[in-house]
Design a protein around this ligand. Structure first.
Ligand code: ADP
Ligand code: MG
Length: 313
């Protein structure tokens, strides 16, 4: 059944960029304020992520890479909430079936950290004491070493590298995420000064008694801004999502107001009560072409939002 596990894992982790996304989400879930990412050969040879989050407890290390092991689901209520980004307990396990995973971690108040390697859903050896700085470092080595065909088709590593850069919104192999105090500072550090200089601030909220609480913050490029490529960054409850209906709506507005060649930059962060969101996550579903309903939101995992009236759980 190692073949079965490997095939299932290859569905969850389809490309290096899927692993990177899961690793970044885990680091964010661990309340990290700084994340470093290093890739070799487009992530096929090495993906290394270091964060300064809360770390992983020693007693959790043996089961860390078992399927369906998660520290993030404590109740059914949590399942309804997308406050925490990851909640399937499948990502790390999957990586161990298609690569060699090494975790180095230290939790608060400990004198030393631990390092342990995993293969096929289990530890390869007991955790070893080691020196460590705050947080967790995860190395994913030789991705798809046991899936020759997959590896071949991905060998054009420049392709996936550009996807990862896209995901991260940065332009270097060593991507350093700086969490800064203001959103504008963050946009400036990730997308550059020329973007940040040409933005208009958006704010909206709806706290009416009959409607559910809704807040929106964002920035959109003004008429001075001309880029080669449209950039839309959309967050719902701090989760990065893709929302094709909104994207198309924004494109249409820009198409009618800006010179044809200019491509907008749009950042929007929407905050909703988690219980007003129906989350349906399946790791293998990519965005499914045309959506008939504007209430659907897709990520590379599928997140479906359906507006609910309060109390109609
Ligand atoms: P999930 O995120 O769905 O819980 P994962 O397979 O992505 O499942 O991760 C499994 C578990 O490993 C997480 O629940 C978390 O407890 C732990 N973990 C993974 N990465 C980190 C990290 N960078 N910092 C702290 N804990 C982590
Ligand atoms: Mg996760």
């Amino acid at each position: 059944d190692s073949v079965v596990n490997r095939i299932a894992a290859g569905e969850v982790i389809q490309r290096p960029v899927s692993a990177v996304k899961e690793l970044i989400e885990n680091s964010l879930d661990a309340a990290s304020t700084s994340i470093n990412l290093l890739l070799k050969d487009g992530g096929l040879k090495l993906i290394q992520i270091s964060d300064d989050g809360h770390g992983i407890r020693y007693e959790d290390l043996p089961i860390l890479c078992e399927r369906h092991t998660t520290s993030k689901l404590s109740s059914f209520e949590d399942l309804m909430s997308i406050k925490s980004m990851g909640f399937r307990g499948e990502a790390l396990a999957s990586m161990t079936y298609v690569s060699h995973v090494t975790v180095t971690t230290i939790t608060k108040g400990q004198l030393h950290g631990y390092r342990v390697s995993y293969r096929d859903g289990a530890m390869e050896h007991e955790p070893r004491a080691c020196a460590a700085v705050k947080g967790t470092q995860i190395m994913v080595e030789n991705l798809f070493y046991n899936m020759t065909a997959r590896k071949k088709t991905l060998q054009n590593s420049a392709d996936d590298y550009s996807k990862i850069v896209d995901l991260h919104g940065a332009t270097r192999a060593d991507v350093h995420t700086v969490v800064t105090s203001s959103r504008l500072d963050a946009i400036r550090s990730v997308y550059g000064v020329s973007v940040a200089r040409n933005l208009i601030k958006l704010e909206a909220s709806d706290n009416g008694p009959s409607s559910s609480v809704f807040e929106m913050h964002g920035f959109m490029s003004n008429a001075n801004y001309a880029a080669k490529k449209i950039t839309m960054v959309l967050f719902i409850n701090d989760r990065l999502v893709e929302w094709s209906a909104l994207k198309r709506a924004i494109e249409i507005v820009y198409a009618t107001t800006l010179p044809k060649a200019s491509k907008p930059f749009v950042y929007i962060s929407i905050v909703l009560p988690p219980e007003n969101i129906d989350v349906n996550v399946h790791p293998t579903k990519r965005e499914t072409g045309r959506q008939s309903s504007s209430s659907q939101i897709n990520t590379s995992k599928e997140v479906i939002l359906s507006p609910k009236t309060p109390g109609s759980r």
